[in-house]
Design a binder for this molecule. Structure first.
Ligand code: PMP
Length: 351
């Protein structure tokens, strides 16, 4: 016997590296290469530091109201959290509470199985097809809930709203979570479906398209009842999750929609340009509708290219996992950063 017998043992999620050094071309965690909206800088400078004596608004009212206005829904349809990871962790705890396995794709965001293991939720993987597309039929078997990103990560593949609706419609007895972390880079959101389906939760984040990964803001949109259940869990866990600055600065980022559209258009233009150049170098990839490209080289291994880029201070992401060990996930940076990446790849491939 040992005290260690009664410990909740988990294998944690491994996030992409956040280097302390500043001379790295960082294309490994899908951050936005552009700064947050200009109004965010101004508000941060003018922030009333004396207010920090007080606890933050537990309901994040300013942020929730701004999001409600932007997405034309009610504040009661919105739940906010400390990044979408926090929102998803609360959603797993709240909605995936049956003996039946939850379903998610075999290649997907690698936090899903970690949360499932943490909460002891049984799960079953549904294999993506050869083109990394989801197979709708797989999600019509008995289950305790469903989650998938759309577009998927790390593949970058977007599924249609019709496909998502087919899955939601076939599963009225469980909650279906669509993780739209990357939806703003050319995808079509399933948000309108929340009017029609009580059991659909759509999750988004400020970390990618709103350039605020450092602020940690995520949100979920869904039927009032679903949001109510999420809030009950959150207030049973930690009432003061989102800090004051995140609430105020997040609201400002939502207000400046022109800047948001402009930055995303730049990222998408750079992505399309990068696709052409990667193809010229012998890479193939599923078509990406995100701020990253999931690419594989015709003759070199994923591990080899990953290491060679790292030596040149260019960080990307690589997983030594079945089916994807030869793929590299490359975040979209500025045109200049992508030019440097392409030059480095040319050098590596010439060796
Ligand atoms: N979902 C997906 C699919 C992601 O790739 C990420 C980023 N790692 C997240 C959720 C979480 O992002 P955040 O907590 O920064 O909102």
């Amino acid at each position: 016997m040992s005290w260690e017998n009664n410990i909740r043992k988990v294998v944690p999620y491994v996030p992409g590296e956040q280097p302390v050094r500043k001379d790295i071309i960082k294309l490994n965690t899908n951050e936005n290469p552009y700064p947050p909206a200009p109004g965010v800088e101004k508000l941060l400078q003018d922030f009333d530091w004396d207010a920090l004596r007080l606890y933050p608004d537990t309901k994040a009212t300013v942020l929730v109201e701004e999001l409600a206005a932007r997405y034309q829904i009610k504040p009661s349809n919105i739940f906010v959290g400390v990044g979408s990871d926090d929102v998803l962790a609360m959603a797993f705890l709240t909605f995936f509470n049956s003996e039946k396995p939850i379903l998610f794709p075999d290649i997907t965001y690698s936090f899903y199985d970690v949360w499932a293991d943490l909460y002891r939720i049984p799960y079953k993987l549904c294999p993506l097809d050869e083109e990394f597309k989801m197979v709708a039929e797989d999600y019509k078997q008995e289950n305790g809930g469903i989650i998938f990103p759309n577009p998927n990560a790390p593949t970058g593949v977007l599924e249609t709203v019709e496909m998502v609706e087919e899955i939601v419609k076939a599963n009225p007895d469980v909650v279906v979570i669509v993780d739209e972390a990357y939806i703003d880079f050319g995808g079509v959101s399933c948000l309108p479906l929340i009017e029609k389906y009580e059991n659909l939760l759509v999750v988004q984040t400020f970390s990618k398209s709103r350039s605020m990964a450092g602020m940690r803001i995520g949100f979920a949109m869904g039927n009032e009842k679903l949001i109510g259940y999420l809030n009950d869990t959150k207030f049973s866990f930690n009432s003061y999750t989102m800090n004051m600055t995140s609430q105020v600065l997040g609201a400002e980022a939502v207000r400046d929609n022109d800047y948001f559209m402009e930055c995303n258009a730049k990222v998408m233009a750079t992505r399309e340009r990068t696709k052409v150049r990667l193809k010229e170098l012998g890479f193939t990839f599923p078509d990406s509708k995100t701020n990253f490209i999931f690419a594989k080289h015709e003759s070199r291994s994923g591990a080899e290219i990953f290491e060679a880029l790292k030596e040149r201070n260019i960080y990307i992401r690589h997983w030594n996992k079945p089916r994807i060990a030869d793929y590299l996930r490359i975040s979209i940076g500025t045109d200049e950063q992508m030019d440097k990446l392409i030059e480095a790849l040319k050098e590596i491939l010439a060796q």
